[in-house]
Design a protein around this ligand. Structure first.
Ligand SMILES: *[C@@H]1O[C@H](CO)[C@@H](O)[C@H](O)[C@H]1NC(C)=O
Ligand SMILES: *[C@@H]1O[C@H](CO)[C@@H](O)[C@H](O)[C@H]1NC(C)=O
Ligand SMILES: *[C@@H]1O[C@H](CO)[C@@H](O)[C@H](O)[C@H]1NC(C)=O
Ligand SMILES: *[C@@H]1O[C@H](CO)[C@@H](O)[C@H](O)[C@H]1NC(C)=O
Ligand SMILES: *[C@@H]1O[C@H](CO)[C@@H](O)[C@H](O)[C@H]1NC(C)=O
Ligand SMILES: *[C@@H]1O[C@H](CO)[C@@H](O)[C@H](O)[C@H]1NC(C)=O
Length: 350
């Protein structure tokens, strides 16, 4: 179903009840189970290797197989595409199915620094600075390891496209933070993509990481992003300067889920693509998974997971959308001693 008829379906729902405000409908997301191993409670995220397991795609038949001529010679990904088409074909006017590829950026300089200093000292002192005397982690760039991770995922996509005949993304979105802009570039450059759907990502503010007091969560200005990634598009009204990051304040996780739903609703209301790639962060992907109703599935740096989503436009108010004030964050005035490995809050960092 395309966006137009989908939105018309939603409007028809409104008209039938005589309700005038678009605020009276909302989109409910659910995960279609039984497609990917990551959604199965018995799959252990900490040991799961998505490139070694065909992205977690479960070997099975689909109800649409029998009508797919020569289906025994088709790959699992081809048959999945056929199945998703049939789901959309038979969907009600207020329903649609999309396959999301949620990718976490490769290792950033801030990830390496957190490992180097240890999490307590990182959180209460170093993360609030732009860097140390040798590296910068404000809007962190990728480390060499992070670049290799993204290139490995690029090799995996090559394999999926050539050997598995996967349907590649029809549209691409990325967080505005440099580590994601860069990961998306390395992951999707040089692939044999359909001419109709080239890799031209849209930068969306709200796919960014949970906004903490850490400078790695403060984005660069628009001029710099554009100069670094000149082929990328900005969503409408993307401001020059980061409108959200505030020193020593952090977004609450309730707020994060509210804006994760907002950005998904924005994508699903304005983009009729079935295959959608999002390059984002561990905390933000965890929030997106909560909104989608997917179980917790933690991703290592450079990892990605596919989620087959059913989006239904339903009547009535959505979940609460009133946000709270950012919480203030307490930090230490001086660098904690490097050996304070047993401390787990700021109290020992004076
Ligand atoms: C979304 O739909 C599911 C399944 O129909 C239902 O259990 C859930 O309560 C709905 N959530 C919202 C927020 O409407
Ligand atoms: C995952 O599997 C691939 C083979 O597909 C292998 O090259 C890679 O090293 C594995 N990754 C990890 C983290 O074990
Ligand atoms: C799925 O099938 C492929 C090829 O038929 C096979 O290589 C792979 O091991 C199977 N995967 C699982 C999880 O059974
Ligand atoms: C800065 O942090 C990095 C960790 O990413 C570390 O390798 C380096 O030694 C630190 N530099 C100084 C001057 O402490
Ligand atoms: C984007 O990716 C291409 C291909 O891997 C690479 O040559 C280029 O340097 C990358 N650009 C940036 C800004 O990361
Ligand atoms: C944008 O950011 C870059 C890199 O941090 C900086 O050099 C430049 O002066 C900034 N431009 C504006 C308009 O603030």
């Amino acid at each position: 179903m395309n966006t137009l008829s989908w939105v018309l379906g939603a409007c028809a729902l409104l008209a039938s009840t005589g309700v005038a405000s678009a605020h009276q409908t909302h989109i409910n997301y659910t995960v279609v189970p039984g497609i990917f191993q990551q959604d199965d409670p018995t799959t252990d995220a900490s040991t799961f290797n998505f490139t070694a397991s065909n992205f977690g795609l479960i070997n099975r038949t689909y109800p649409s197989d029998s009508a797919y001529s020569g289906y025994t010679r088709k790959t699992q990904w081809q048959r999945l595409s056929r199945y998703i088409s049939s789901l959309n074909h038979h969907a009600h006017s207020n329903e649609r199915y999309s396959l999301l590829f949620l990718g976490r950026h490769g290792e950033g300089i801030h990830n390496a620094a957190e490992t180097y200093y240890g999490t307590p000292a990182w959180n209460c002192y170093w993360s609030e600075r732009d860097g140390n005397n040798s590296v910068v982690w404000a809007d962190a760039h990728l480390t060499q390891k992070g670049i290799s991770q993204a290139l490995a995922v690029n090799g995996f996509w090559k394999h999926l496209i050539i050997d598995e005949l996967i349907t590649p993304p029809e549209s691409y979105y990325t967080s505005p933070l440099y580590r994601c802009l860069s990961t998306a570039n390395l992951t999707f450059s040089g692939l044999d993509l359909p001419r109709k759907h080239p890799f031209v990502p849209t930068i969306k503010e709200l796919f960014r990481e949970g906004i903490s007091a850490h400078t790695c969560d403060r984005r660069s200005n628009k001029t710099y992003i554009h100069a670094s990634f000149p082929t990328y598009r900005f969503e409408k009204a993307f401001p020059e300067y980061d409108p959200y990051w505030t020193p020593l304040h952090a977004e609450t996780s309730t707020d994060q889920d509210i804006r994760s739903k907002k950005v998904l609703d924005d994508v699903f209301s304005n983009d009729d693509s079935t295959y959608i790639s999002v390059t984002s962060h561990s905390g933000e992907i965890a929030s997106l998974l909560r909104v989608l109703g997917h179980r917790v599935f933690a991703l290592g740096t450079g990892a990605a997971l596919p989620v087959l989503v059913k989006a239904t436009t339903v009547q009535g108010q959505g979940p609460t959308t009133s946000t709270e004030a950012f919480a203030s964050v307490s930090t230490c005035a001086t660098a904690p001693v490097a050996t304070a490995s047993s401390c787990n809050d700021c109290s020992c960092c004076t």
